[in-house]
Design a protein around this ligand. Structure first.
Ligand code: GLN
Length: 485
């Protein structure tokens, strides 16, 4: 049959069911792709032998009552995987082999899939380009000089290059949606608490959320259904009935009210982004949705608020890396204190150190009220803007990112311009809401661009439905030439 690896997850499952392909052949096809895509540097660890064993077991006793029957999956290296190295893109975890499995990955395996490998990411998920990883840059399959976005850059690159049929990332301030946008793929950040954080290497615990990255909306629904669910091991997990997102997918969006926030038309926004937004509005309008102008007045404070709250939480979360209990330990250091210092200065990269410094500063006595406390208050105002708007509308449409993928090295010496990349994505994390990035078009260089749909808390089904209708009518096709193999 034709190349199975460029099909959607849903089509692959259908082909497995119809016995057009076996799980073993499918797994071998991905292994072959991964082996010929070393240039992309998307993987930190591969687990081919184990994957082939699992595929063989599945083929001997196939079970199609599961959501992900016989599906090999590569996942971001931020999810702890039992007995398999988990680095979080950091040198400080270069020898960390967890003795437990994250709840989200366990849910995926319980639904019939198995691990193909661990995907590169920005160090501790701090970054927008995958350039902060200790394990090197990841290349965007869209172009050999381009970043794949971050922090889930290995995930977006592997997905777009057909190295995994679907994948998962984490999104603290945009790390699923921005790389999805840069690679012409679908990425969903679920409502905070929908997917368990248990076993995910922590960055900023009040913002971190795992979510699917896929080629289509249907695939996104399948993955979300497989990975989400209440988990008593995560105190912020939402205890609610599981939804059947893929079964309930509908493309009728007639009468839905879509909010268009004026604050997302930022200064110096490239014309192409504006045009893409207009195109998105037209598609939704033509499908019978009603466009409503809304205002989210505190939007301009979202980025500074995020870059106080996230580093504050990170500085606290990362205090555990002391070289004593697990992870890297410096061989230098005459005494305990010096060992701590050397471990942390050798183990962490520059961006992580920058965040720890900012976080420690905004939490220090004397500055706590002026920065951290103030940011927490502004966070509430940002959330209230959304709450007020959602009394009048069903969803919000915005661009996902202020630009298409940029070149490797282009922003590394200018952290503020790197942080500006998150301008459209961070408000959603601060408010705990679900948001979907949809591939919607290309810029004049031919690089993909995404649009973002934001929903009310726990309204994943609705934004998936809008995305489904949009996908059928937008005419976007992700055409990536395989220059790397
Ligand atoms: N780019 C943002 C940051 O560096 C978001 C990262 C993320 O969502 N993990 O903090």
């Amino acid at each position: 049959m034709a190349d199975i690896t460029n099909q959607s997850l849903n089509d692959i499952i259908e082909n497995l069911k119809k016995k057009k392909v076996s799980s073993t052949d499918l797994t071998k096809a991905y292994i072959k792709n991964i082996e010929s895509a070393k240039k992309l540097n998307a993987f930190v660890t591969t687990t081919f032998d184990q994957a082939l064993d699992k595929a063989k077991q599945f083929d001997k006793k196939p079970n199609f009552d599961q959501l992900l029957p016989g599906i090999p999956l590569a996942v971001k290296d931020l999810f702890c995987t039992e007995n398999i190295k988990t680095t979080a893109g950091s040198n400080i975890l270069n020898n960390f082999i967890p003795s437990y499995e994250s709840t989200v990955t366990k849910n995926l395996w319980d639904n019939g899939s198995f691990l193909l490998g661990k995907l590169n990411c920005d160090e501790f998920a701090m970054g927008s380009s995958n350039e902060t990883s200790h394990y090197g840059n990841v290349i965007n399959p869209v172009g050999d000089q381009l970043v794949p976005g971050g922090s889930s850059g290995g995930s977006s690159s592997a997905l777009a290059a057909d190295l995994t049929p679907a994948t998962i990332g984490t999104d603290t301030g945009g790390s699923i949606r921005q790389p999805a946008s840069f690679t012409g793929t679908v990425g969903l950040k679920p409502t905070y608490g929908l997917c368990s954080r248990w076993g995910i290497v922590a960055f900023a615990s009040s913002l971190d959320q795992a979510g699917p990255m896929t080629k289509t909306i249907k695939d996104c629904a399948i993955m979300l259904e497989s990975m989400s669910g209440f988990d008593e091991k995560d105190s912020t997990s939402i205890n609610k009935k599981k939804e059947q997102y893929s079964k309930n997918l509908k493309d009728n969006i007639k009468g839905l009210k879509i909010g268009i926030p004026k604050e997302y038309r930022v200064d110096n926004m490239p014309k192409e982004i504006d045009e893409l937004w207009e195109k998105g509005k037209k598609i939704l309008k033509d499908l019978g949705a009603q466009l409503i102008d809304i205002s989210l007045p505190h939007t301009k404070y979202a980025l500074p608020t995020y870059y106080i709250v996230a580093p504050a939480e990170a500085s606290s979360n990362l205090a555990r890396y002391d070289g004593v209990r697990y992870g890297y330990r410096s061989k230098q250091g005459k005494d305990l204190i010096e060992m701590y210092e050397k471990t942390r200065s050798e183990g962490f990269g520059d961006e992580v150190k920058r965040r720890i410094l900012i976080g420690t500063y905004v939490l220090s006595s004397g500055y706590y009220d002026a920065y951290y406390l103030k940011a927490q208050k502004v966070r509430q105002l940002i959330k209230k803007d959304f709450d007020d708007s959602f009394t009048k509308i069903d969803a919000i449409l915005t661009p996902s990112t202020p630009s298409s993928a940029f070149k490797i090295g282009e922003k590394t010496n200018d952290p503020v311009s790197m942080y500006l990349n998150d301008i459209f994505t961070v408000p959603v994390n601060l408010a705990g809401l679900p948001a979907l990035s949809l591939p919607a078009g290309v810029d004049k260089k031919g690089f993909p661009l995404g649009l973002q749909l934001i929903g009310k808390a726990l309204d994943e089904q609705k934004i998936l439905n809008i995305g489904y209708a949009f996908e059928k009518n937008c005419g976007f096709k992700n055409e990536i030439k395989k220059w790397w193999s």
